[in-house]
Write a protein that binds this ligand. Structure first.
Ligand code: IPM
Ligand code: MG
Length: 352
């Protein structure tokens, strides 16, 4: 089959890891008889440098017109001026909003042989298999007003935490659907003791829970959840939460897997164009040195094959190859080894 994939390598280590995922996808294409047509576009700091804006209308339109989008990472110190008119991250938010990808799936699995790479005790990590479903197009990231102004001689900054009922409903429903093919447990994370939006979140989650009696629903305050994630991660299955809480909790959860470099994500919505990206950032400190771990992006490309292109066998072929490669002892620097980005991918391709 024929597919059109937009690549947004972005900034920092983004281009290094995306090109490795493309090598893996090329192998999949020839093995399984598909054609992947890749078109590469700029988004993030690189787009600011070239076009003066973090994402252009044309780039967004090209993404919308493709079957799926594979992204590296955006941002870096070069574009961090607090007074800058545009920022790399704004492009990413415009892309998420533009594609309508309201649910960000972040699976966190602990590979048995990588337990040493995590600061947690192995007995805490045994059997950890969590799927965080992060709401991605609402909450503090997008709420209006969002501003900075002078008021009576004092400077004031405002961000708005806003949710509509339908935004909560669709993402929590998806979490329940996903839980059904897993351990049938949903942990809904909120701050209902303080936030009005969380009280509505909890109410809607409860209603959806009542309609899905085969799935166990547990509500948890975000502060408790941040603790439970490291004291009892094995007790969690699907975790569903609002945008900002999900951002913070998934960085924390990545510690379980030994390195952020290992973790993929899939962002899905109603439009049908999925966005796939590793959860790590642009890592400017190691950019250009060819030592970044490509696994997060390679596994993101597997999620792309599964969710957007409906190529299940191809997706699991990549996942199996990654698993085997790590089991065999291949390691980039972040997980305690010496392999370069390219060498790690070479090992994965051998196992394909
Ligand atoms: C993530 C990142 C982004 C976010 C940044 C780069 C805007 O931290 O995908 O988790 O906050 O969503
Ligand atoms: Mg983040």
């Amino acid at each position: 089959m024929d597919f059109n994939i937009t690549l947004l390598p972005g900034d920092g280590i983004g281009p290094e890891v995306v090109s490795e995922a493309v090598r893996v996808l090329d192998v999949i294409a020839s093995k399984f008889g598909h054609t992947f047509n890749f078109q590469e576009r700029l988004m993030g700091g690189c787009s600011i440098d070239k076009y003066g804006q973090s994402i252009t209308e044309e780039t967004l339109a090209d993404c919308k017109a493709s079957d799926a989008v594979l992204l590296g990472a955006v941002g870096g110190p070069k574009w961090d001026d607090p007074n800058a008119k545009d920022r790399p991250e704004r492009g990413l938010l415009a892309l998420r909003k533009g594609l309508g990808v309201f649910a960000n799936l972040r699976p966190v699995k602990v590979h048995p042989v990588l337990m040493d790479a995590s600061p947690l005790k192995p007995e805490k990590l045994e059997g950890v298999d969590i799927l965080v479903v992060r709401e991605l197009t609402g909450g503090l990231y997008f709420g209006q007003p969002k501003l900075r102004e002078m008021q009576n001689g004092k400077e004031r900054a405002v961000d708005t935490l806003e949710y509509f009922d339908y935004e909560i409903k669709r993402v929590v429903e998806l979490a329940f659907t996903l839980a059904k093919s897993r351990k049938k447990k949903v942990t809904s994370v909120d701050k209902a003791n303080i936030l009005e939006s969380s009280r509505m979140w909890r109410q809607i989650a409860t209603q959806i829970g009542t309609g899905n009696p085969d799935v166990e629903l547990e509500h948890m305050l975000v502060d408790t959840a941040s603790m439970r994630l490291i004291t009892a991660p094995v007790s969690m299955d699907v975790v569903v939460t609002e945008n900002m809480f999900g951002d913070i909790l998934t960085d924390e959860a990545s510690v379980l897997a030994g390195s952020m470099g290992m973790l993929p994500s899939a962002s899905l919505g109603e439009s049908g164009v999925g966005l796939y990206e590793p959860i790590h950032g642009s890592a400017p400190d190691i950019a250009g040195s060819g030592i970044a771990n490509p696994i997060g992006t390679i596994l993101s490309s597997a999620l792309m094959l599964r969710h957007s292109l409906k190529l299940e066998s191809e997706a699991s072929a990549i996942e199996k190859a990654v698993h085997q490669t790590v089991t065999d002892g291949a390691r980039t620097a972040d997980i305690g080894g010496k392999l370069s980005t390219r060498q790690m991918t070479d090992e994965i391709i051998i196992n394909l």
